[in-house]
Design a protein around this ligand. Structure first.
Ligand code: F3S
Length: 402
């Protein structure tokens, strides 16, 4: 049974407004379901379920009611990608009827004090918790990144529970908020050399497959990886997205790289070979793909380093296919300052800011998408009915010129 402080009981009673009461009801229900003994403060929130394509009318109405009922954030809160770029939506072919609804969603969040930067890489643009902090994040790739790479503590929240944490500054103390649940449950020897984003994306696929094959299930299983000698932040964000998508992983340890990789190794072990990685990569290349007619980079959202690389590759050239560069608003501003945006836009490639190819309403609009993201391939096929071509980063850019 959940123990509440006097302040939390006041929130639950409705004395602090209807929105706070509703938020506290959600957290209490969750806490009771998961056997939490108390709520704990959070320092940062990231809310998913922002695209009107996923929310629909019922979701929009719920958010509007929470705003009308006085909901206000108590901690730093940002959003997951929305269904469109707020400024560039017409250029990206988003219907006006959708844009109208999407703007209402963002208005509701804004009225509650949410910073309407919409990104799955909040840690790159100012929503960066420190090691050991409890937070309430919802986007699966960001949850895996926060737990594994930063060492912050979060369960994978749903949209409503993340908003509830934003409005109360609390979350139930269970799961990955507790140190004993962050220990590794399986040892993974990585025997393959990982060179680029496609290799790290493939590693996430193989992890998911192998862990499910030995019958260990659920987000509670935490692998301890040995054998990855180095990994950039960009490669790690790719791995986190893939491991969360294909394996439901909310956390992993990586020897020599992640901050909590100091536990005793589990006895149960698996290994990952070069041929496992190659097979996973081939599985994302549809044999029957037609000519690539859509290119997307930025799943998870691109860093400024990656945008600089795209600008290098596109300088003085023209793309001949629809090419989306998906990133967060503050990262695009840096690209503007550095002149990268001008080079990219002169090539005909399009910025898709604060949105992505998965949450935008583009189902069935293209036949075959080229990308370096294993996660984007999964949803391109499952949600948008596109075939996929899975290529290293530079080759994806070159595909736009071919
Ligand atoms: Fe981010 Fe969209 Fe990929 S939310 S992780 S770019 S599916």
């Amino acid at each position: 049974m959940l123990n509440l402080t006097a302040e939390e009981r006041s929130m639950l009673s409705g004395k602090q407004g209807k929105a706070v009461q509703k938020a506290m009801q959600i957290l209490v229900a969750l806490g009771n379901i998961y056997g939490a003994e108390n709520l704990i403060p959070v320092s940062s929130v990231q809310i998913a379920g922002v695209s009107y394509d996923n929310l629909g009318e019922a979701g929009l109405q719920w958010l509007a009611e929470m705003a009308e009922n006085g909901g206000k954030t108590r901690v730093l809160t940002t959003l997951n990608p929305a269904g469109m770029d707020r400024e560039n939506w017409q250029v990206l072919g988003i219907p006006a009827s959708f844009a109208e609804k999407q703007l209402l969603v963002l208005d509701a969040f804004s009225a509650m004090g949410v910073i309407t930067t919409c990104t799955c890489t909040p840690y790159l643009v100012g929503n960066l918790p420190r090691f050991g902090e409890s937070i309430a994040w919802a986007e699966s790739s960001a949850v895996c990144f926060a737990n594994s790479i930063i060492g912050a503590r979060t369960n994978r929240e749903g949209g409503p529970s993340a908003l509830a944490s934003a409005l109360t500054g609390r979350t139930p103390a269970y799961g990955l908020h507790q140190g004993e649940n962050r220990k590794p449950g399986i040892f993974v020897e990585v025997k393959a050399e990982l060179k680029d984003n496609t290799d790290f994306g493939a590693l996430g696929i193989v992890l998911g497959e192998k862990i499910s094959l030995i019958g260990v299930k659920g987000p509670k299983i935490i692998p301890y990886l040995r054998g990855v000698d180095s990994a950039s932040i960009d490669q790690l964000k790719t791995l986190c997205a893939s491991a969360a998508t294909y394996g439901g992983l909310a956390m992993f340890h990586m020897e020599g790289i992640t901050p909590e990789a100091h536990h005793r190794h589990p006895e149960e072990s698996i290994s990952i070979t070069p041929s496992d990685i190659d097979q996973a990569k081939s599985s994302l290349n549809d044999t029957a793909y037609s000519e690539v007619d859509f290119i997307s980079l930025g799943c998870p959202h691109l860093s400024i380093r990656e945008i600089a690389r795209i600008a290098d590759l596109l300088r003085g050239k023209k793309v001949i296919k629809e090419f989306w560069i998906t990133t967060a608003g503050p990262t695009e501003h840096m690209a503007d300052q550095m002149g990268y945006s001008a080079i990219i836009e002169a090539s005909g490639a399009k910025f898709a800011v604060d949105t992505c190819c998965v949450v935008a309403p583009i189902r069935g609009r293209f036949h075959t998408m080229a990308t370096d993201s294993a996660k984007a391939c999964y949803y391109a096929y499952a949600k948008n009915q596109f075939n996929t071509k899975f290529l290293p980063f530079d080759e994806v850019v070159r595909e736009a010129l071919a």
